[in-house]
Write a protein that binds this ligand. Structure first.
Ligand code: GAL
Length: 418
């Protein structure tokens, strides 16, 4: 399926890049990514500086578009025309898919030297390694089941972080009554999917989440519990403003920062935007878990894979992988980005309270088997079913479909995609 897509794209492109496209400057590493928001760009600066210190120039290839859909499309086209970048940001199942086709370089030499095996949590290694070989370097651990709230609005209305979904609904009504938008949302499929991660977890807990979104079990997908997840999505739809369609995630975050809206449900890259605007945790904004998901950790890890391009590019690519996994780099990068390090040995000093909470929660969720991959960000199911579930979730959010009908559509979409 994946190979066929690449070949199909290749057929639509003019052939002829050939080997010349591969003869890049050996002292330059071209890095493709989708980190173009204020917070993301600042965090990226940490990686760029470190690579420079190692004697390599960074050639920046940003492809704007939160969630990375646009970047993945461009990558397919570049691979098809035999002109991949040296390194690219990748998520979840995309990594083993490219590895299976033989495109990715083996990072074992640097991974073994630096002892990555002992540093990275197993649920993340599951995507960084194929057949026991390292093929991607994880830089962060993001978490999707967060709510970001404007503290001034919460204080003014005497609200505290809701502990149950019903409390969230009550708080949203009070916020609306006071003239604020309860929920800042960007109407793009990946953002609706991000909310769905939390709704499924809240409705059924980590075992149900795994059964439905990781194992794709028909019984779980078609269950009453799944209906409850859609009920939550329907209630959330009632909390947004009319201008949500198409809005970028960072513009939604700005609405919370400026006090136009009270909350946003988003991964902790949103925290990078608060930080970039000079806002402080528990002073200007609050961070708390989506109600009903406390104790669980829905993760989305950004990794960087490098492409096989011949001997000349090997030193640059290995140096780049070393940059990504550098202990100091992971501390500085993640403090800016809003995430926490993928390395478990980075101390929590320098992280704000939301970051420290994430670090503690990750460790306990790991023990309790409550750390699960984000469906929205490609860590729960492969690309085929992921796209099918995206369609169901987005259609539901943007129509008047009933939860019972959405669940039926979910079951058939997943079965057809297998
Ligand atoms: C995700 C990515 C995050 C964040 C977000 C918004 O796919 O993993 O690091 O940047 O997109 O762009």
């Amino acid at each position: 399926m994946f190979k066929k897509q690449i070949i199909a794209i290749a057929a639509t492109l003019l052939a002829g890049h050939g080997a010349s496209a591969l003869a890049a400057d050996a002292k330059t590493v071209e890095v493709m990514h989708w980190w173009t928001s204020g917070g993301e760009a600042k965090a990226l600066g940490v990686l760029k500086d470190n690579l420079k210190e190692r004697g390599y120039a960074w050639k920046d290839s940003p492809i704007a578009g939160g969630g990375g859909e646009a970047a993945r499309t461009v990558l397919k086209a570049r691979v098809a025309s035999n002109n991949p970048p040296d390194a690219i940001q990748m998520l979840g199942f995309t990594i083993p898919e490219y590895a299976a086709e033989g495109y990715l370089a083996n990072l074992d030499p640097v991974a073994t030297k630096e002892g990555w095996d002992k540093l990275v949590p197993p649920p993340i290694q599951r995507f960084s390694k194929v057949d026991g070989h390292w093929i991607a370097a994880p830089v962060d651990v993001h978490r999707t089941n967060w709510i970001w709230a404007n503290k001034k609005i919460f204080d003014e209305l005497k609200l505290t972080p809701p502990k149950t979904f019903d409390e969230l609904v009550t708080a949203a009504a009070a916020i609306r009554k006071a003239g604020y938008i309860p929920l800042a949302h960007g109407g793009q499929p990946w953002q609706e999917a991000t909310i769905f991660d939390s709704a499924v977890m809240s409705a059924g807990g980590p075992k149900f989440y795994q059964q439905a979104l990781v194992k794709l079990d028909t019984g779980a997908l078609g269950s009453k519990t799944m209906e409850k997840a859609f009920d939550q999505m329907r209630a959330l739809r009632g909390m947004v403003d009319p201008n949500f369609p198409g809005r970028d995630w960072n513009l939604a975050t700005s609405m919370v920062i400026s006090g136009k809206a009270a909350m946003q449900i988003m991964g902790d890259w949103a925290k990078g935007e608060f930080a970039s605007a000079g806002k402080k945790a528990n002073v200007d904004y609050l961070c708390f878990q989506y109600p009903g998901t406390e104790g669980t950790f829905i993760f989305n890890t950004d990794q960087f894979a490098t492409f096989k391009k011949g001997e000349a590019s090997v030193p640059g690519e290995q140096a780049f992988a070393s940059t990504i996994m550098d202990k100091g780099v992971q501390a500085r990068f993640n403090q800016i980005k809003g995430s926490i390090p993928a390395r478990l040995d980075v101390p929590e000093d320098g992280f704000d309270e939301c970051g420290k909470k994430s670090m503690t929660d990750l460790r306990s969720a790991l023990k309790a088997d409550a750390m699960v991959g984000s469906f929205a960000h490609g860590h729960a199911m492969p690309d085929g079913p992921k796209t099918a579930v995206y369609d169901v979730v987005t259609h539901f959010f943007n129509s008047n479909q009933s939860s019972a009908d959405a669940v039926k559509a979910l079951v058939s979409a997943v079965n057809n995609s297998k």
